[in-house]
Design a protein around this ligand. Structure first.
Ligand code: HMG
Ligand code: MG
Length: 283
């Protein structure tokens, strides 16, 4: 039987959050609906963060309410705190994600608090999610390099991943936020994290600034990782990570996985058409 590997589509959130010109709610809904038709099992649709920090995501609730949902797809939202969690529940997100950083500099720049403070905040969010049976995914940013603090020690990533797992995250997504990782640094980081948990609980979230995201995915596949976050058309970046470019393009990841003999469940022709549409949304 062919082994499965999954692309977790994050374009509507991680991709669009960085676009300068405001994209209409209707266009965002159209993007998500097209992506649903490609066969993704998980799509990150929105983030419930401060609109002062990320104005582009201010209509996340509307987008979640207006999309056409498929039963076999989970529609996810990022929630930094309880206020965001309440918004996600109101808009009927199927799962939420908390997002921490392995480096102090990025934690301060992105969510205005230390790593320890963020984990305390997330404890409340995860407890609230558990009370309503909502699955929680955990992100860790800057797993190999930070735009403020330089290289990230791999043991720091491993201990934070363990902490998020202990809180109750069903999967930890490991972010090369500024796309500076190499197969060597990804391998070293993953080996450290794998001493804490099984590869089945991990996802790779690689931005493609350095053009090495696909190589980093190959290195991750060698270590047993089977879930990769990606953004249709390579949309995106992070507004609080200077120099971060978009996530690796979903269509390129699907091609890589198919070429390596994995089953993804994605209609690649349909995905290429959505990538063309996604490019029309760019500023
Ligand atoms: P703060 O300023 O420290 O917090 O921001 P605050 O509690 O003082 O709130 C400031 C204002 O925001 C207040 O409004 C709050 O009510 C409001 P004011 O009184 O000034 O009018 N506020 C909210 N509004 C809507 N929804 C909320 C919310 N919370 C507070 N949930 C905060 C702290 C976390 C809110 C802020 O820093 C923030 O929103 N940061 C989010 C930044 C962000 O979204 N970054 C991008 C996503 S992470 C990413 O891309 C990385 C990832 O892709 C992985 C990778 O690539 O590495 C996941
Ligand atoms: Mg990202």
């Amino acid at each position: 039987m062919t082994e499965r590997a999954e692309v977790f589509e994050v374009g509507p959130r991680d991709g669009l959050q960085n676009e300068k010109a405001l994209i209409s709610t209707a266009q965002k809904v159209e993007l998500v609906d097209h992506l649903s038709d490609c066969g993704f099992r998980r799509i990150e649709v929105a983030s419930f963060v401060s609109p002062k920090w990320v104005p582009q995501m201010a209509d996340g609730g509307e987008v979640l309410v207006q999309i056409s949902r498929r039963d076999d797809c989970s529609y996810a939202a990022l929630t930094p705190n309880l206020r965001g969690f309440d918004g996600a529940v109101l808009a009927k997100a199927d799962e939420i994600a908390i997002f921490a950083s392995a480096s102090e500099g990025f934690s301060q720049a992105n969510i205005n608090c230390s790593i320890a403070e963020s984990v305390k905040r997330f404890e409340e969010v995860v407890a609230a999610a558990k009370a309503v049976n909502l699955p929680v995914r955990g992100y860790i940013s800057c797993v190999t390099d930070c735009p403020f603090d330089g290289p990230t020690p791999a043991p720091n990533v491993a201990s934070l991943a363990g902490r998020l797992r202990d809180l109750g995250c069903y999967e930890i997504s490991l972010g090369d936020t500024i796309g500076q990782a190499t197969p060597q640094s990804i391998t070293a980081m993953l080996n450290a994290v794998l001493s804490e948990m099984d590869a089945a609980h991990l996802a790779g979230h690689y931005h493609d600034t350095g053009g090495r995201a696909l190589d980093n995915i190959r290195a991750s596949l060698d270590l047993g990782v089977r879930v990769f976050d990606a953004s249709v058309g390579g949309l995106g970046g992070c507004p609080y990570a200077p120099g971060a470019s978009g996530n690796v393009a979903s269509e390129a990841v699907v091609e890589l996985l198919c070429g390596a003999g994995f089953e993804t469940g994605i209609d690649l022709d349909a995905l290429y058409r959505v990538a063309e549409f996604a490019k029309t949304l760019r500023s």
